[in-house]
Design a protein around this ligand. Structure first.
Ligand code: GLN
Length: 194
């Protein structure tokens, strides 16, 4: 049975745990320190506030250990702020906040808050390549993927904006699958990335 960790620093941690509890095929644990990564097959980096999570990753000495975890081929699933943290480069529309140090796990540029502020949050249904149609997707102060290299496979779009992608063991999306009852995306992550 695979074990999936959830980065437990800030944000939608309990929501991801609730989702993992619905799967009877995996074990789960919380990750706060480098040694918590031991024995895991995959790690979820949840949504929340990427500036806060970034600061806590550094404070807790997790920056290099997470990069090493990814280099060793273990799965990483970044949702929303988690996508921002996995990116190689982030931009910020108003350019006031430079305090995210992305982990650089996947070769793409992410536009933080690309879909706007809290008031611009929305819910839609997406077709996700390799996964399925009509997948519920909740966007909250959501980023989009502005550009990506050939090593990255885009999986879903809203208009011209890429909102989900994969590069080998790294899966990222702009939205919050853990806030819905649809388990197809987490099943895909565990089967194909971990
Ligand atoms: N816009 C937020 C950030 O950059 C992410 C929002 C979210 O995770 N729902 O941190």
């Amino acid at each position: 049975m695979k074990t999936i960790g959830v980065l437990n620093l800030q944000g939608a941690v309990s929501e991801h745990i609730t989702m993992l509890k619905k799967l009877d095929t995996v074990k789960y644990s919380l990750v706060k320190k480098p040694q918590d990564l031991q024995g895991l097959d995959g790690l979820i980096i949840p949504g929340g506030e990427s500036t806060a999570i970034s600061r806590l990753i550094n404070q807790n000495g997790l920056f290099e250990p997470i990069k090493q975890f990814s280099r060793s081929g273990k799965g990483i699933f970044g949702t929303c702020a988690g996508l921002v943290l996995c990116a190689k480069t982030t931009t910020k529309i108003d350019n006031t906040d430079k305090s995210v140090t992305p982990l650089g796990l996947i070769d793409l540029v992410v536009e933080r808050n690309g879909f706007g502020r809290q008031i611009d949050s929305f819910e839609t249904r997406l077709t996700v390549n390799n996964i399925g149609d009509n997948i519920p997707a909740i966007f909250i102060r959501a980023p989009y993927i502005q550009s990506f290299s050939q090593s990255v496979t885009p999986l879903a779009y809203i208009d011209q904006y890429c909102v989900m992608a994969q590069s080998k063991n790294i899966l990222i999306c702009s939205f919050h699958p853990e806030l819905t009852d649809d388990l197809r995306i987490i099943h895909y992550f565990i089967k194909h990335c971990c």
